[in-house]
Design a binder for this molecule. Structure first.
Ligand SMILES: [Zn+2]
Ligand SMILES: [Zn+2]
Length: 276
């Protein structure tokens, strides 16, 4: 039995609907999947229902953008209470920050003579978590760029004319928020940060797991992070980070996490404090 614990739908910057995602998970013969859209859990109810029809275990989750020592890091949340008002309040704050950033990026692009509108970006995003991939798609569909990669290369990468710094919460706060919402926290794709000391720092901040297997980790990186997870007594997890068909063939199922790792992660769920 295998799981894929890192997946996106069109509720953030993926292209699959919850039903399409569940159908692909079924095709890949996955026993369990987690939905980890950026800064939103809006896709969870529909994905849970779609997984139910295929007999796939569904784990509600999200991918939170945070900051550790000035570096942007992503924290995966699993089994969070998607009905918690505190959590929903924080997510709506993250979403407001995302919208403001889109306006800032469009303004800077306009100043460079690129006549993109924020409305065009929001229409393409059509979700509560608009981000740079949506700006890239709007730039392509508006005829300003040749393709997605061209848009990032010319305008959206850090330091390019359309790039705007992102306001991020400290990773320790994100981890505390996840624990307070009944969930477990995992450091996403450490290989993408090129700063392995962040793994130890995340452990010190209370992270429960390390995403060792990821489609952008080579086998050597996966082994290195498994070793670090073992040394730090954290759960080694993995996921494909599939965004649908937005970047070629869907990645779902490319990472097949042995199901016992799901159980190890589940064991780390905080026990609710007894009422006194
Ligand atoms: Zn990420
Ligand atoms: Zn992701």
């Amino acid at each position: 039995m295998f799981a894929d614990l890192h997946l996106h739908t069109f509720f953030s910057d993926g292209t699959f609907s919850p039903e399409e995602l569940a159908a692909h998970a079924h095709e890949q013969d996955l026993a369990a999947i987690a939905l980890t859209d950026h800064d939103t859990v809006d896709g969870c109810p529909a994905t849970a229902a779609a997984c139910g029809t295929h007999g796939i275990e569904f784990i509600p989750g999200a991918e939170i953008t945070a900051e550790m020592g000035g570096q942007e890091v992503h924290i995966l949340a699993y089994w969070i209470d998607t009905t918690s008002p505190t959590l929903m309040q924080r997510f709506s704050e993250f979403q407001a920050v995302r919208s403001q950033r889109i306006h800032g990026m469009v303004k800077q692009l306009n100043e460079r003579g690129v006549a993109l509108t924020a409305e065009a970006v929001f229409a393409i995003a059509n979700c509560k978590a608009p981000g740079r991939p949506h700006v890239a798609r709007a730039l392509v569909s508006g005829g300003f760029c040749n393709d997605f990669d061209d848009a990032f290369e010319r305008y959206l990468k850090k330091g390019r004319p359309g790039w705007v710094p992102k306001a991020m919460m400290p990773a320790a706060d994100a981890i505390a928020l996840i624990h307070a919402s009944g969930g477990v926290a995992v450091l996403a794709h450490p290989g993408l940060y090129r700063m392995d000391r962040l793994v130890g720092e995340a452990a010190a901040a209370g992270i429960d797991g390390i995403e060792c297997w990821h489609t952008k980790h080579n086998p050597e990186a996966s082994r290195r992070y498994q070793k670090m997870a073992a040394e730090l007594n954290r759960v080694a997890t993995g996921g494909s980070d599939c965004h649908g068909n937005s970047k070629g063939q869907p990645l779902i199922g490319r990472i097949r996490l042995p199901y016992e790792q799901v159980n190890r992660l589940r064991e780390r769920r905080p026990t609710p404090s007894p009422a006194t």
